[in-house]
Design a protein around this ligand. Structure first.
Ligand code: ADP
Length: 184
């Protein structure tokens, strides 16, 4: 987990490539659905474009379906999920159904001014409908109100590992590797 622009997707890709895990990015899945124009995609796009979260039930159902396709011994790195306490509870339930558990939760820490800078840069090279300045501000506020409470939730369960998300991709990547040590 981490605020928008903290590098979740970038780091998740580095980790899964090196460790042979599978990345499950809810943001990527929503964008994929939106591109192919599925009903789920059209519904999700109305939230994404405003910088709001897609409703929990829709998100959880999509994750549940994707998880069914992944063989049980394979490690899954969730990227951008869970994003609310309700999603975290639903995740526990769906993992239990298939005899799995959460091994660790990584929080990518990046200060707000750096996040805004990164997202503004990304807006120039990728055309994500949610990388517009106003939407960026909304996404950060939504993160603070809906996702930040998850930090305490996972801290209490002793699952949280904080990683400094500043610096180069490689530098952060090696911190990630260290933070995830022992879970492979
Ligand atoms: P970022 O973390 O940079 O905002 P993501 O690709 O993770 O980018 O997410 C993009 C958007 O997709 C979010 O702003 C939200 O609208 C939607 N989304 C992604 N994951 C979730 C989730 N777990 N629950 C609800 N909405 C989500």
């Amino acid at each position: 987990m981490g605020p928008p622009g903290s590098g979740k997707g970038t780091q998740a890709k580095i980790v899964v490539e090196q460790a042979g895990w599978i990345q499950l990015s809810t943001g990527d899945l929503f964008r994929l659905h939106a591109r192919i124009g599925s009903e789920l995609g059209r519904h999700a796009a109305t939230f994404l474009d405003k910088g709001e979260y897609v409703p929990d039930d829709v998100t959880v159902q999509m994750v549940r379906e994707r998880m069914r396709e992944i063989p049980k011994p394979t490690r899954v790195l969730f990227d951008g999920f869970p994003r609310t306490v309700a999603q975290a509870e639903a995740l526990d339930a769906l993992l239990t159904e298939s005899g799995r558990t959460v091994g660790a939760v990584v929080l990518l820490d990046v200060p707000r001014d750096e996040l805004t800078r990164r997202l503004t840069e990304r807006a120039k090279s990728e055309s994500r409908s949610d990388d517009d300045p106003e939407v960026i501000a909304t996404r950060y506020d939504v993160y603070l109100t809906q996702t930040a409470p998850l930090i305490e939730h996972y801290e209490k369960r002793k699952l949280l590992r904080r990683v400094d998300g500043r610096g180069s991709r490689e530098k952060v990547g090696s911190r990630m590797k260290k933070a995830l040590g022992g879970t492979a």
